[in-house]
Design a protein around this ligand. Structure first.
Ligand code: MF3
Ligand code: CO
Length: 248
């Protein structure tokens, strides 16, 4: 069953989403060459708890971090540690915040100092792919349209589409039905309804789409070690489109 959220529930997700937004903005001011991924994780934890939220990822299926911090060839689920960010790196911060029993999930990939043209292209078009997918969202539309749009956009721009990880519904749990793949076929899948809250999160690569898990059992990296980017928002389906719940 895919739940339809009430106005009150949507307001709660939006509250968590706003704190998620503020946390990302705060972290962006700290992300400069020389910072470690552990420092980013710790700052995120402090910021979220001091603003009345809970970092949902902490302890989720044993995950040790407050948020996910993934550098360059790391696609998602990187764990903050001793790695020092260098000029020219890209770092994805993937944050889930709980407020009042409701979760909001968002991610973005941030340049560290000056990045090369290839990484600039990857970031620009991964974020664009998210917004292209969002254009398909409205009451009555098929979820497969969103997936197909993201896949088509990525392929047109010569970027790999990671298939092993997908977006998801969200609410009182971080992960709810339905799955939201970044590949698919128009006219297939469930029908989106006003009040559904879902996370759309393209993970695209500069090289091939293939990934593997590191020996920490969490960090997903590209097999060919080419960089990867990740942009995600939690949104609510509306009668004629969507509203972003993890924005300003
Ligand atoms: N933010 C991730 C997602 O988009 C989930 C984090 S997994 C965790 O679904 F284990 F780190 F919590
Ligand atoms: Co997510």
């Amino acid at each position: 069953m895919i739940s339809i959220k009430s106005k009150e529930e949507i307001e709660k997700i939006k509250k968590a989403g706003h704190l998620n937004y503020l946390t990302r903005e705060h972290l962006k001011t700290l992300i400069v060459p020389g910072i470690t991924t552990k420092e980013i994780d710790e700052e995120a934890g402090k910021f979220i708890t001091s603003h009345g939220g809970i970092p949902s990822s902490k302890g989720y299926e044993g995950y040790p971090g407050n948020i996910c911090v993934s550098v360059n060839e790391e696609v998602v689920h990187g764990i903050g540690g001793a790695r020092v960010l260098k000029n020219g790196d890209i770092v994805s911060i993937d944050i889930v915040v709980e407020v009042d029993g409701y979760h909001a999930d968002a991610a973005e990939t941030i340049p560290v100092g000056d990045i090369n043209a290839k990484k600039t292209y990857l970031l620009k078009h991964t974020e664009k792919a998210l917004y292209e997918g969002l254009k398909e969202v409205r009451n009555g539309a098929k979820l497969g349209n969103v997936s197909a749009k993201i896949e088509g956009y990525a392929k047109k721009h010569n970027l790999g589409v990671v298939r092993e990880l997908v977006g998801h519904g969200i609410g009182t749990s971080m992960h709810e039905e339905p799955d939201v793949p970044n590949f698919g076929t128009y006219g297939t899948g469930i029908t989106l309804k006003t009040g559904m809250t879902i996370c759309i999160e393209p993970m695209l690569t500069s090289g091939k789409r293939y990934v593997r898990v590191l020996s920490d059992d969490w960090t997903i990296v590209t097999l060919d070690k080419k960089p990867s980017a990740h942009f995600e928002h939690t949104i609510v389906v509306t009668d004629d489109g969507y509203e972003i719940l993890t924005g300003e």
